[in-house]
Each structure stands twice: as structure tokens, then as C-alpha cells.
Design a protein around this ligand. Structure first.
Ligand SMILES: NC(=O)c1ccc[n+]([C@@H]2O[C@H](COP(=O)([O-])OP(=O)(O)OC[C@H]3O[C@@H](n4cnc5c(N)ncnc54)[C@H](O)[C@@H]3O)[C@@H](O)[C@H]2O)c1
Length: 312
């Protein structure tokens, strides 16, 4: 049994991870300042091994957080569009907040997972591994890359996990991540407009992403590298749109150029090998799961599950 600090424990990924770790018998200290509420924690809040703090990672770090076996740092301002509108806020939380936390753990050298993103690759030539050049194309990826650079230089006790775009359901689902958003639009608007259809994106189901972290916690000593790609499948936006239209019968419109220049696909073999890890949930699983969530009206108020709305 380990004592684990999770920042962003109420989020899309954090809520699932926290629940899983508690179910395995670990103790979890969760911190989150609840930007989108804390209902995602209701199914595990009662667990006696869970201690929650409504705290901000950019402020001084409470000494109670420091006595842990491992840190999983997920708290961030997570929206590419929102970050473009609020670059300072993004830098403050995603860069300064992360460094604040890393500094607090430096003297203890506590194993530390920093949730980064495959967006850092920006535009990749073919399928890339962790050694590829990083081309951050906006404030969100820029802040993540800045943290990564400092980790590699000054905070070598930490490991960087570059996640593909999260997909699928969670205790706090999101409908502003590409796959989930497109399935929603295909049902509510009966239409998807697909810009830059030949651009690639890597995806990972939320539960596979949580599972990757759980396995990393168990096999920390086998992880020889300080950076891992964590993505289950790469698809072009065109293939994604076509697969969605097969199951929801929506109309598709393809527009060759779009405002988002990102086009990247990644190789996650290093993590699969070092952690002996298998991703279980593929494209079809993610699409069907989200389609069902909407069609069966399990979620009706989609707006509460969107981090950034264009009029925010
Ligand atoms: N969602 C994706 O597609 C994706 C892809 C790659 C990487 N990531 C990374 O994975 C992590 C989790 O992403 P997510 O989708 O679960 O995000 P999320 O927005 O659902 O959750 C983030 C949580 O962090 C909390 N938070 C934000 N700022 C905080 C602060 N200053 N102090 C305390 N808590 C704060 C929020 O309240 C929220 O509950 C993030 O670091 C993100 O950058 C996400």
C-alpha cells in the first residue's frame, strides 16, 4: 500500500485514477481547486483512505502534502482553445504551478509523474518516439514543454508522461476533447465539419491512461526513461470522422485547411516494453461508449462537461 498525492483529482483523468487507486487499497491525498465542481469525487469521497484538499497548486504547498511515496501531477488548465485565449492563466497554472510543486518535492526526490501532452510534437514527420523534436504550437503546449525542459535539467526525480488526447467516458466526462466532441456533434448537430482531414492525432482512452499511471506506480524501478508517450492509437481526422458517421449516420464536410496546424502521431512502444503494458480500448470502443452515453441519455447537460466554451 502506497501513499499517493494526486493533483487534479476531480478532473477527467484524475477522478478515474483516484477511484482506481483507492480500490486497490492505496491511500490518496487529492488536491484540486474544483474549477468544474467536485461531483466526480462522490463515488469515492467516503473512502477512509481518501483525504481531499481544496487547494491551488500555484500557492504555497501545504506541508501535509509532502509526506507521500509518489506524486501524480495532473492539475492544469486543459483546453487548447482556452489557453489561446488566456495564455497568462495557462502559464501561471501549467508552468508556474508545476514548478512550484516540483520545487516542493526536490529535497525529497519523491517519484513524480508529470502529465504532459503529445501536442508538444506539434507537427511530426511520420510516427515519432520520445526523441523527436518538440514543436509546441500554442500556450498550452509551450507551458508543458517549458516544464519538461526544467524536469530534464533540474528535477530528475520526475518522469514525463506525454498523453495522447484523452477519449471515452470518466467520472467527469469531457465533451471538448476531439473524439468525444465529434461524437456529440454528430448526434446533436447531425453533422461534423472536419478541417485538415489528413492530419493525424493520437488518442488514449481515459481508463487506459489511468491504468498506465497505476502500472507505472507499481513498476517505477523498471521505467528506465524519464519520458514516455502514452497513446493507444493514431488516426487521421478523416478516418475519425468516417468511423463516427458509420455509427451515428451523421453528415460530413471536409475542409482542406484549418486553423489548427497540429498533425502528429506517436509511438508508445517504449512504455509498452518497459512497463509490460497493454492498451485495451481502441477507436471503436471509445466511439461506441460515447455514443451510448449520449443516445441513452446518461448525460443530458453536455455543457457542464466542457472546460472552455467559446463565449467564456
Ligand atoms: N484531456 C486530454 O486530452 C489530455 C491530453 C494530454 C495530456 N493531458 C494532461 O492530463 C492532465 C489531466 O487532464 P484532464 O483532461 O483530466 O483535465 P481536467 O481539466 O479534466 O482536470 C484538471 C483538474 O485540475 C484542476 N486544477 C486546475 N488548476 C488547478 C490549480 N491551480 N490548483 C488545483 N487544481 C487545479 C481542475 O479543477 C480540474 O479538476 C492535465 O495535466 C492535461 O494537461 C490531458
Amino acid at each position: 500500500m502506497k501513499k499517493i498525492l494526486i493533483t487534479g483529482c476531480a478532473g477527467h483523468l484524475g477522478s478515474v485514477l483516484t477511484k482506481n487507486l483507492l480500490e486497490k487499497g492505496h491511500k490518496v491525498i487529492g488536491i484540486d481547486y474544483l474549477s468544474y465542481g467536485g461531483e466526480s469525487m462522490l463515488s469515492f469521497y467516503h473512502n477512509r483512505n481518501f483525504k481531499f484538499y481544496n487547494a491551488d497548486i500555484t500557492k504555497s504547498i501545504n506541508k501535509k502534502f509532502l509526506n507521500v511515496d509518489i506524486v501524480v501531477h495532473l492539475a492544469a488548465y486543459v483546453s487548447t482553445l482556452g489557453s489561446n485565449k488566456y495564455p497568462q492563466l495557462t502559464n501561471n497554472i501549467n508552468y508556474r504551478g508545476s514548478i512550484n510543486l516540483l520545487k516542493a518535492f526536490k529535497q525529497y526526490k519523491t517519484p513524480f509523474i508529470f502529465a504532459s501532452t503529445c501536442s508538444n510534437y506539434g507537427v511530426s514527420k511520420g510516427i515519432v518516439d520520445e526523441t523527436a523534436e518538440l514543436i509546441p504550437l500554442g500556450p498550452y503546449a509551450l507551458a508543458k514543454v517549458k516544464v519538461e525542459k526544467e524536469i530534464f535539467k533540474k528535477y530528475k526525480f520526475a518522469k514525463v508522461f506525454r498523453f495522447g488526447t484523452l477519449a471515452g467516458s470518466s467520472l467527469r466526462p469531457r465533451f471538448d476533447t476531439m473524439l468525444n466532441e465529434w461524437v456529440l456533434e454528430s448526434i446533436t448537430k447531425k453533422n461534423i465539419i472536419c478541417y485538415a482531414p489528413n492530419s493525424y492525432r493520437p488518442f488514449v482512452h481515459v481508463s487506459d491512461a489511468a491504468n498506465a499511471i497505476e502500472v507505472a506506480i507499481d513498476k517505477w524501478m523498471f521505467l528506465n526513461s524519464n519520458v514516455y508517450n502514452i497513446a493507444s492509437f493514431n488516426v487521421t481526422k478523416k478516418k475519425l470522422a468516417l468511423e463516427i458517421s458509420k455509427i451515428t449516420k451523421c453528415k460530413l464536410k471536409f475542409v482542406n485547411k484549418g486553423p489548427d496546424k497540429r498533425n502528429y502521431r506517436v509511438d508508445s512502444n517504449k512504455f509498452k516494453k518497459d512497463a509490460n503494458f497493454t492498451f485495451f480500448k481502441d477507436l471503436n470502443y471509445c466511439l461506441t461508449e460515447i455514443k451510448d452515453l449520449i443516445k441513452k441519455e446518461i448525460i443530458r447537460d453536455y455543457n457542464s462537461f466542457i472546460n472552455f466554451k467559446t463565449n467564456d
